[in-house]
Ligand binder design. Sequence first.
Ligand SMILES: Cc1ncc(COP(=O)(O)O)c(C=O)c1O
Length: 398
Amino acid sequence: MIAQHYKDMLGGKSVIREISEWSTARGAEIGYDNVFDYSLGNPSVPCPAEFTESCRRLLDSCDPVTLHGYSPTLTLPAVRAAVAKSLNRRFGMDYTADHIFMTSGAAGALAHALRCVAVPGQNILTFAPYFPEYKPYVEGAGLTLRVVPPRTEDFQIDFDAMEALLDADTAAVLINTPNNPSGAVYSARTLTELADRLKAAGKRFGHRIFLISDEPYREILFGGQSFAYPAKFYDDTLTCYSFSKSLSVPGERIGYLAACPRCEEASLIVPMCGQISRGIGHNCPSSMIQLAAADCLDVTSDLQVYETNMELIWDELKRLGFTVVKPDGTFYIFPKALEEDANAFCRKAMAYDLALVPGDTFGCPGYFRMAYCVGTEKVRRSFAALERFVSREYGIEV
Ligand SMILES: Cc1ncc(COP(=O)(O)O)c(C=O)c1O
């Protein structure tokens, strides 16, 4: 007998993927250059030369049996040590290799983090708008995702709304900073209050509540700002990272989990990850890619294009009268749609060859996401379509 649960999921496929597939199909008709595809968060810039060179050097100089062999259950010690050192230098932490576990992307890190701190039947709190894959990640671990309604004026945290959803069965709070889809970065003030609230709730419920911090966009920050590192604010933090966006290597599936050295049972988290990976099959990420990522801890792709695109789109959206919070990072922007039903809004946009993603899929109806990981020239060309769309459909003349 096949598993009904996954059969049922076939009816609820990723809306983002569906819109992206529409863009591809439309591109086959009119040329992909003429489709303004703001659907998918796939990096648009190449990986840094250092990554390519590192892969080449490894291929040329390493024993192939070792290079292409299984990595240890707890992943490569030298790579874990290098990641710890880099995090300590950048964020004033005190990780050792024992706190780092290499994973297949942030998805793999989250799969381990959730299973480290929660048992089936418990719940995980996250904040709208949120990355839609959190639902399958959390439910796949036998947990329930509870979504705190958005604070739309700045996409920081509505703490009263959070408190209303916390209960004795809450195992962890899952945050994503910088945020997909809003582009908001949690401020030091937000993280300080979050830490205070979680400590108090932990005392109230008689067990620690973990913070799982998902940070694949940590390197894409605008305006030269520095990053408020959540584990610095709250000891019971598991940080989940991915090189997908910073090095533009999402297909290589590489990231890590970092357990704060002061979290509950800190010395057991990584060994537990080794056991979890046996069960979920997210085990032993490619040895070569672990080594190449470790060679590139201090570099990124040329990420400047995302800020350039953000500024252009921000100006254009404001000019057209949209309500929108200016992103602090990522390659997403999350404006309010021009009608209550963002699905209808995004459907109408398709007639102008604009691929936009309705906010419902991020738990925030009435808004829409634009992923501006596209060439700047195309961004500029899309403005004529955007202007035609809002003028014809909503009578906006500028
Ligand atoms: C917020 C967020 N978390 C996790 C992931 C998964 O990252 P990866 O593909 O590196 O596993 C993504 C990917 O887009 C993301 O946007």
